[in-house]
Design a protein around this ligand. Sequence first.
Ligand code: SF4
Ligand code: SF4
Length: 440
Amino acid sequence: MILHGFFGPTLAPKNLATTLSWVHFRGALVLILLCAGNFFCLSCPFILVREAARRFFKPRRNWPRMLRNKWLSAGLFVTVLFVYELFDLWSSPWWTAWLIISYFAGALLVDGVFKHASFCKFVCPIGQFNFVASTLSPLEVKVRDQDVCVSCRTKDCIRGRREPASGLVVIQRGCELALFQPRKVGNMDCTFCLDCVYACPHDNVGILTRVPATELMIDPMRSGVGYFSRRKDLAALVFVFTFGALLNAFGMVSPVFVLEGWLGRVLNLSHEAPVLGMIFVLLLIIEPILLLGMAAWLTQVWGGAQRAVLPLVVRYSYTLVPLGFGVWLAHYSFHFLTGLYTFIPVTQSAVASLGWAALGEPYWRLTGLPQGAVQAMEFGFLGLGLVGSLLVSYRLATEDSARHPIRIFGVWAGLSVVLWLAAVWVMNQPMEMRGSILGG
Ligand code: SF4
Ligand code: SF4
């Protein structure tokens, strides 16, 4: 992908870097998260390079305490969304190749200096996306039998398995993301690396099924994560995840160009960056603060909740995860499915450009599924997201020791419905066929 990005065709739909990154990878990612779990992190190519490098040098430092949260990664998540729009990354093989390289370099640099999986847990924006989305996955890495853990003396799943003779040399590392299996709850922060599975001497850890989203409805102390209800940084990540989904989809429909043009004229700005920056501030900061602040205030004064506004915002922010994921699913699966087969002619063309005729002439007429069918699926995903958010809202409201739980449910359900209507409106607009030959 990197080589084709630099030396292949400059037209995005004919280049492997752009086609695989922006059409296939993103679509496959969300569908796998929906149907299985965080298998992208399991097979992450950036970590491969890190592992190779760690054979030669060992990192000695711990990740700085003040950065042991999601603020940095949430900021990087926003940065990626911003850069994507500003530089039209989807249409530039060259910039896409640089993005892939900078990702490799970032992972190598951070994990070359700092111990454990600091890049995955505290830096990687894709990883954070996967962590939040995988709260809705049907699979989880967890213990089979808690009683076995109670009688376990070694706790290798976290400490790592050591050489029996010396007891010093680690022959299989334990969880590098500080998730202690018996007290791990849900998929948050789990990269599905399976180190704990291999380390456990009792074969007591596996990839097991569970009911999606249940981890959003409870608030126990989670190993390596803490209480969801006390994590302002995690709530901020959820806002970026949810409102970023709407913003990213909004960036592809024609009203955004009207808005940009209008803002540029009114503020007399000729560069795109400040105008885009204002749209980001409006939709990613001001809008969430107003909507969630108002919902939390109503929860307090109308629903009779005892907590202050900010803790209410944090606690109920998790109700938005299913809806946010529904929007990402609808958006990315649209590009993925309408451009499903495009990787075939692009690969044929890349191979042919090397002088090998083995794959034949590129068959450029191969595109994907019909738009009508995909659109029906899009609205199905949005509906699924809304139902998920309503269920989480109901559970959180009824578990809150407030006077009027049904009113509280009404408030947060109302917020989900408003955002769902916004998503339906965006998805109903004609979408740019980014990265596919249809929009080439
Ligand atoms: S998961 Fe395995 S290693 Fe970890 S505490 Fe349980 S039995 Fe012990
Ligand atoms: S070691 Fe186990 S718990 Fe830790 S990230 Fe890997 S799969 Fe998840």
